[in-house]
Design a protein around this ligand. Structure first.
Ligand SMILES: [Cu+2]
Length: 504
C-alpha cells in the first residue's frame, strides 16, 4: 500500500517551494543522485516511448511479449477550465486535463520517467505512482519546480491498475485540484482482448462557492477537511461524459472501463444503470476476477477494471450509486449503445393496461358494469364544472407528492432549477409552449442542448417511463402547470396514455 507518503526531505523542499515558488536549479536538484548504471540485461532491452492519452481514451494494448525500456514524458500544467456550466477552476494537471494522461506499460518494464513542470506553473509538483516500489512511489525523486524536469527510473514489478497522484504539500489540495491519473501495468500475458476500452476517474472538488455558483472558484480547505465537496464528478467536470461526449459502443461489443478514484477523500460505489459487470478486477489487481457484479466499491487512491458485453441499444448511465452524488453533485456519465434491439433480452414496455385488482375479475360481468359506470362518471365529471375543478385540485395534490418525491431533486422545490444544471419549470417558456412535448420528456428523458427562458442547458434528464404511471405523469404536470405562477392548465391520464402509446 503506497498512499501519499511524505518524507522529511520532500516535505522540507515542498515547504521551500511554497514559500519561494521561483526555486533555483540548485535547490530543485538537491537530491539528484545521477543516472543509475543500468546492467547489460536492461541496456539490451528495446527502448520505446510510452503513448499517453487524455481521458476517456486509453492507449492501445501492448502486443509485445517481452519487457522493454519505456520512456514516459509527463507534463504538469496549471490550467483554467470548465468545472460546470458557468463555473471555472484552476486545475493542476498531468498532461493538461483531469484526470491525468493514461500511462500503459507491461510487467517487468524498466521505466525512465520524466516529470516536466511547465514554465507557466506557479507551484512545484511531484508524482507518487502506486505502481512504483520505492520511497514515496517516486515522489521523493520527482519534486519539480516550474520550468524544471526531473528524471527517475523504476521497474514495474507488479501488474495491476494503479493510481498516480501529486504528493506535494498540502497533498489534499494538489489532488483536490485534479492531480491524479491511472497507470496500467499489463500482466506478462496481457489482458483478454475487448472491443472498446475507456478511462474514467472520479474525484471531488471543494469549491468556495456552492454547486452551480458561477465564476472562477478556488479551493476551500475547510470544506476539504470536513469532506463536504460541492462537486463529485467523473473526468474533471460536470457533464464530461454526457451528450455528444458520452462513451459509445455497438450492440455485441465487449467494453472495458478502467475506473479510478483520485479523491482526495471520497470513495465510489461505481455502477452502470442497466448493465451488469460480468468481470470485475477488484481494487485494480488484475489476477483474481470477480463475476457478475452490480456495484463495485472503489477506494480513494484505488482503481478497478470492469468488463461487460452490451446486448441491447440505449443509454446506460454511469453513476456513483451514492446517488445524491450522481444527481446533485455531478458524478453521472453516459454510455450510448447503438445497434439492433433484442426484445428477448429487453422488450421495452410491452403493455400498459388497466389493473383493477382481485375484486374485479377482468372479463366478468361485474367488471364490465364497473368499467361502464366509470366511463359514465368520467363523462359526468367532464360536463360538470364543479367536479372537474375538484378533480384538478386532487390532481394538483397528488402531483405535488410526485414532484416532491422525484423532480424536486433536480428542478428544486421552488421549481426554479439550478443555473447551468437544471432548467426551471417555474415560468418556463419551453414548458408552456408545448405540454405534450413535456409529457414526452418525462417519459423518454431529455439530453442535448435545450434553451429555457434564454438560458441553454446541456445535461440529461433521466427517462421516467418505467417509474411513473400515466396518472402520476398527468398529476405531476398538472401540479407544475398550476404552481409558481404558471398558467394553470391541466393534463389528463388519457392524454398521457395516448402519448405513451404513440409509437406502438
Ligand atoms: Cu502538485
Amino acid at each position: 500500500m503506497k498512499t501519499s507518503r511524505l518524507f522529511p526531505a520532500t516535505a522540507l523542499l515542498s515547504l521551500l517551494g511554497l514559500l519561494n515558488p521561483s526555486l533555483t536549479a540548485q535547490e530543485g536538484t538537491a537530491q539528484t543522485k545521477g543516472l543509475v548504471p543500468l546492467p547489460v540485461t536492461v541496456l539490451d532491452m528495446p527502448v520505446e516511448q510510452a503513448v499517453l492519452t487524455p481521458a476517456p481514451n486509453v492507449p492501445p494494448p501492448l502486443k509485445r511479449k517481452y519487457a522493454a525500456r519505456v520512456i514516459v514524458n509527463l507534463e504538469v500544467r496549471e490550467v483554467v477550465k470548465r468545472l460546470a456550466d458557468g463555473v471555472e477552476y484552476t486545475f493542476w494537471t498531468y498532461g493538461g486535463s483531469v484526470p491525468g494522461s493514461f500511462i500503459r506499460i507491461r510487467e517487468g518494464d524498466v521505466v525512465e520517467f520524466h516529470l516536466n513542470n511547465h514554465p507557466s506553473s506557479k507551484l512545484p509538483h511531484n508524482i507518487d505512482l502506486h505502481a512504483v516500489t520505492g520511497p514515496g512511489g517516486g515522489a521523493a525523486s520527482t519534486f519539480t519546480a516550474p520550468g524544471h524536469s526531473s528524471q527517475f527510473t523504476f521497474q514495474a514489478l507488479n501488474p495491476g491498475l494503479f493510481v498516480y497522484h501529486c504528493a506535494t504539500a498540502p497533498v489534499p489540495m494538489h489532488i483536490g485540484s485534479g492531480m491524479y491519473g491511472l497507470i496500467l501495468v499489463e500482466p506478462k500475458d496481457g489482458l483478454p482482448p475487448v472491443d472498446q476500452e475507456y478511462y474514467v476517474m472520479q474525484g471531488e472538488f471543494y469549491t468556495t462557492g456552492k454547486y452551480g455558483e458561477e465564476g472562477l472558484q478556488s479551493f476551500d480547505m475547510g470544506k476539504a477537511i470536513d469532506e463536504r465537496p460541492p462537486y463529485i464528478v467523473f473526468n474533471g467536470a460536470v457533464g464530461s461524459l454526457v451528450g455528444d461526449k458520452a462513451l459509445t459502443a455497438s450492440v455485441g461489443q465487449r467494453v472495458r472501463i478502467y475506473f479510478g478514484v483520485g479523491g482526495p477523500n471520497v470513495t465510489s460505489s461505481f455502477h452502470i444503470i442497466g448493465e451488469i459487470f460480468d468481470t470485475v478486477y477488484p481494487e485494480g489487481g488484475l489476477s483474481l476476477p470477480n463475476r457478475n457484479v452490480q456495484t463495485t466499491l472503489v477506494p480513494s487512491g484505488g482503481a478497478v477494471a470492469v468488463e461487460f458485453k452490451v446486448d441491447v441499444p440505449g443509454t446506460f448511465i454511469l453513476v456513483d450509486h451514492s446517488l445524491t452524488r450522481a444527481f446533485n453533485k455531478g458524478a453521472l456519465g453516459m454510455l450510448k449503445v447503438t445497434g439492433p434491439e433484442n426484445r428477448i433480452v429487453y422488450s421495452g414496455k410491452e403493455i400498459d393496461a388497466v389493473y383493477l385488482g382481485a375484486q374485479a375479475d377482468a372479463g366478468s360481468e361485474s367488471a364490465k358494469r364497473e368499467a361502464a359506470l366509470k366511463t359514465r362518471i368520467a363523462a359526468e365529471i367532464k360536463s360538470n364544472p364543479t367536479i372537474a375543478g375538484l378533480t384538478k385540485e386532487m390532481q394538483i395534490e397528488k402531483g405535488q407528492q410526485v414532484y416532491m418525491g422525484l423532480c424536486f431533486a433536480c428542478h428544486q422545490p421552488d421549481g426554479k432549477g439550478l443555473p447551468g444544471a437544471f432548467p426551471p419549470l417555474a415560468l418556463s417558456d419551453f414548458l408552456q409552449a408545448d405540454h405534450e412535448r413535456a409529457v414526452r420528456i418525462i417519459l423518454k428523458g431529455l439530453t442535448g442542448p435545450v434553451t429555457v427562458n434564454g438560458q441553454t442547458f446541456n445535461s440529461a434528464m433521466p427517462p421516467q417511463e418505467a417509474v411513473l404511471t400515466d396518472a402520476q405523469i398527468a398529476d405531476v404536470l398538472t401540479f407544475v402547470l398550476n404552481s409558481w405562477g404558471n398558467k394553470g392548465d391541466a393534463l389528463s391520464t388519457a392524454q398521457v396514455k395516448a402519448i405513451r402509446n404513440e409509437n406502438h
